[in-house]
Write a protein that binds this ligand. Structure first.
Ligand SMILES: *[C@@H]1O[C@H](CO)[C@@H](O)[C@H](O)[C@H]1NC(C)=O
Ligand SMILES: *[C@@H]1O[C@H](CO)[C@@H](O)[C@H](O)[C@H]1NC(C)=O
Ligand SMILES: *[C@@H]1O[C@H](CO)[C@@H](O)[C@H](O)[C@H]1NC(C)=O
Ligand SMILES: *[C@@H]1O[C@H](CO)[C@@H](O)[C@H](O)[C@H]1NC(C)=O
Length: 447
């Protein structure tokens, strides 16, 4: 970066910078001025871009036709319209969400919040498979519990592996031990799946009905950290209403649906004992490569951060902020660039909740005509923003290096195979051309 000049060489409010390139000084002109010393008045209808929302201004004709000024046109980014791209098209107006989904308009895109058991970009898919407690696809070894009740002098074992919907026999359900003050039963699905509901049922023991009247549900991606399912849009734990007798089934839906590998049912109120037969309702995860919202701004500015930001010639208004790192961003400073060009710099995206991340699209940019991009990078991810995992090579476990860009504009897509689950994602530039400069999008889904 250069220094400010001591003498004032630049006219009309231009900023003088020395020590850049071969010239003794360079003027960065204020809007509307040009030339080496900013003594030329720039003219033309596109000076001081009249187009909003990153629209591109193109001069059409410098003449006046009739009484209509028609000197430029604005080419709008997708999702915007109007003469000056001033209108954010409401993609929700077309009612893209099916089955009672709630639509939210984004810049150039929309998102549907689907009621269970519907899923998919437009809530068009039903997620209602029975996952195999009753059918047996879930093996005994996948079911565990905090404790087991042994009845009749220890001869009857009411183990967790018996907690299968409609299980028959005299001993046909799971019951927690009577001394167990914090009982739970857990299913390990062996991979991440989407869960939209649960069916519960009690049982009778020695001619008496036993069942769980109320319960909570917790879930985990890794079997270590668990999150209790909350009342939608609130911070308090959701308490599900369970059974009322020994035999009838009760179905509860999860709103929103849960994505997890481990599911825990936590009895809150039990009649006589915590006795359960059950089934889980859900589906496989699939088709997961939605843009997660860098370009559409679903990810807001305050959720983008970086190790540092570069300022062209040290000038604040030419700061390459992390929140400029949005795919296809336009403008003079239209990407993220760090203060230093070395391998300790990073840019971070906070997705606000754990998402499944399946890919990344990267793009370079230009700084006053100089093509700049990241040609090789690493990706790290975290659930708490503190402890980080780097995406590894499958075969030898070394940090994976992703091929980046080769020019100032084209999109380079890399897929994560397998995808990972994280709330925070960092891109760590490893090699670059001229200066580390990045625009990007993350691909994945809400799972
Ligand atoms: C602008 O400045 C240059 C030298 O700095 C001079 O040669 C030129 O005549 C000036 N132009 C105008 C329009 O003042
Ligand atoms: C259990 O349920 C069945 C069917 O609803 C009913 O006939 C039976 O009386 C119940 N047993 C007990 C112990 O409540
Ligand atoms: C990167 O550059 C900064 C500033 O020059 C320096 O403080 C830091 O130690 C460098 N890191 C590496 C890994 O070289
Ligand atoms: C930058 O990218 C644009 C669009 O692809 C291309 O037209 C232009 O030539 C590139 N600029 C340079 C300096 O390579």
């Amino acid at each position: 970066p250069g220094d400010y000049c001591h003498e004032e060489h630049c006219h009309n409010g231009g900023t003088c910078v020395t020590g850049v390139g071969d010239d003794p000084f360079i003027c960065i002109c204020a809007d509307g001025f040009g030339g080496d010393t900013c003594n030329l008045t720039q003219t033309g209808p596109c000076v001081s871009n009249p187009c909003k929302n990153d629209g591109l201004c193109e001069v059409t004709s410098p003449t006046r036709r009739g009484d209509v000024f028609n000197e430029y046109t604005c080419k709008c980014q997708t999702g915007f319209e109007g003469v000056h791209c001033q209108i954010n098209v409401n993609e929700c107006a077309a009612q893209p969400c099916n089955n009672g989904g709630t639509c939210r308009d984004l810049d150039g895109d929309y998102t549907c919040q689907c009621p269970s058991p519907y899923v998919g970009k437009q809530c068009q898919l039903r997620c209602t498979s029975l996952l195999g407690m009753e059918g047996g696809a879930i093996a005994e070894s996948q079911i565990s519990a905090s404790s087991t009740h042994y009845g009749i002098l220890g001869l009857q074992r009411w183990g967790p592996d018996l907690a299968r919907l409609n299980n028959q026999g005299i001993v046909n359900a799971w019951t927690s031990a009577s001394h167990d003050k914090n009982p739970w039963i857990e299913i390990n699905l062996q991979k991440k799946m989407r869960l939209t509901g649960i069916i519960t049922q009690g049982a009778s023991r020695l001619g008496t009905a036993e069942y769980i009247k109320a319960f909570k549900v917790a879930s985990s991606l890794d079997g270590t950290t668990y999150a209790t399912h909350k009342v939608q849009g609130q911070r308090k734990d959701k308490v599900f209403v369970g059974n009322t007798d020994n035999d009838s089934t009760k179905t509860n839906l999860f709103e929103p649906s849960i994505v997890a590998q481990y599911v825990r049912i936590i009895p809150v109120v039990c009649r006589r004992a915590c006795t359960l037969r059950m089934e889980l309702v859900g589906c496989e995860l699939n088709g997961c490569s939605e843009p997660l919202g860098m370009k559409s701004r679903l990810i807001s500015d305050r959720h983008l951060s970086a190790s540092s930001s570069f300022r062209t010639w040290g000038i604040d208004s030419f700061t390459w902020h992390p929140h400029f790192a949005r795919l296809d961003k336009h403008g003079k400073t239209n990407a993220w660039s760090p203060a230093h060009n070395n391998r300790s710099e990073w840019i971070q995206v906070d997705l606000e909740k754990t998402k499944r991340i399946s890919g990344i699209v990267t793009q370079g940019a230009k700084d006053f005509g100089v093509v700049q991009f990241v040609s090789l990078f690493k990706v790290a991810y975290s659930n708490d923003g503190e402890s980080w995992n780097t995406v590894k090579e499958e075969n030898d476990g070394s940090d994976k290096l992703f091929q980046g860009n080769m020019d100032n504009n084209s999109h380079k897509k890399n897929l994560f195979e397998p995808p990972f689950y994280a709330r925070y994602v960092r891109v760590v530039p490893w090699e670059w051309h001229e200066r580390i400069t990045l625009r990007m999008e993350l691909l994945g889904c809400d799972d």
